[in-house]
Ligand binder design. Sequence first.
Ligand code: ATP
Ligand code: SF4
Length: 320
Amino acid sequence: MSAPLLQIRELKVYYHVEAGAVKAVDNVSLSLDAGVKMGLVGESGSGKSTMALAMMRMIKLPGRIESGQMILDGTDLVGLTDEEMRQTRLRKLAMIPQGAMNSLNPVMRIDRQLLDGPLDHGVIMSKEERKARIGELLEMVDLAPKVGKMYPHELSGGMKQRVTVAQSISMEPDLIIADEPTSALDVVIQRQVMATINRLLEEFGLSLILIGHDMGLMAQSVDRLAVMYAGRMMEIGETREMFRKPLHPYTQLLIESLPVLENKGKFHGIPGITPSLLNPPSGCVFHTRCPKAWDLCREKTPQFVEVQSGRWVACHLHTA
Ligand code: ATP
Ligand code: SF4
């Protein structure tokens, strides 16, 4: 069997604030095969964006990667110099940011922004080649050629997000990380942009890590699901299996909280509040909200173990 495209091993990312270390990602491991789409879900503050930024090596102070490995296609990203990582971004992995508004340059035309990445990576193109590549990239994301001559303010939210998708694939990376790529858009546009992303992934055989809260969108979009809570990984498995039979009580609650027709689309939050990551609960971090917690859960941290092939869970109910 070939090695996975991405292997994250025991990754720790902390933010060092005055009161101490915020353990935003604490001992997280996951692996992703080539061509697979994985969703990363969890409530606000669970560490999803920190994971994405760590993979891009874009964590800023007071944040720091403390330890762990992120092996992408045989190379540990943690050990790369800043220059090596700059060369790796876009070529090997690229990010579609949360909300295109902040990532596009308001005073630069779209055609220039589409070529920014390749030119920055030293790709040499003649005038004709540039023109052709811009047209190709716009077509890939279902935008008309005339969009190249426009400025971001002339585009709708959905069109802007399509431009960021085109930017992300401009160097044909192996892995795309998308942090809530459609959350700022209305539902219909959301689904359309997601459909474009999916088509491109399939066309080029790319892998995806899709970050979000929307379990409904995840159910439709990804092959595998990774559930985070309070900086820790709780469960990973095939999306269909996770919905059919969630093993971790937190995954169960996330799925039960999905609005369904019978409850008139009402969203039930998960009772209780997320813990402080400065001083996380002892034992299982979820014990303060878990309806199934018992003494052991307060005392001992459950290991993250493979309970069936490709199914990982950190819960004493399944590993004690
Ligand atoms: P959301 O869904 O709201 O984007 P998230 O799951 O992506 O949340 P993160 O943004 O990764 O979570 O945050 C994880 C933890 O790290 C939170 O407790 C957050 O307050 C903390 N954190 C994030 N950025 C910083 C920072 N620059 N300085 C200090 N703490 C931070
Ligand atoms: Fe709940 Fe205990 Fe499992 Fe944690 S280890 S999820 S507290 S049952």
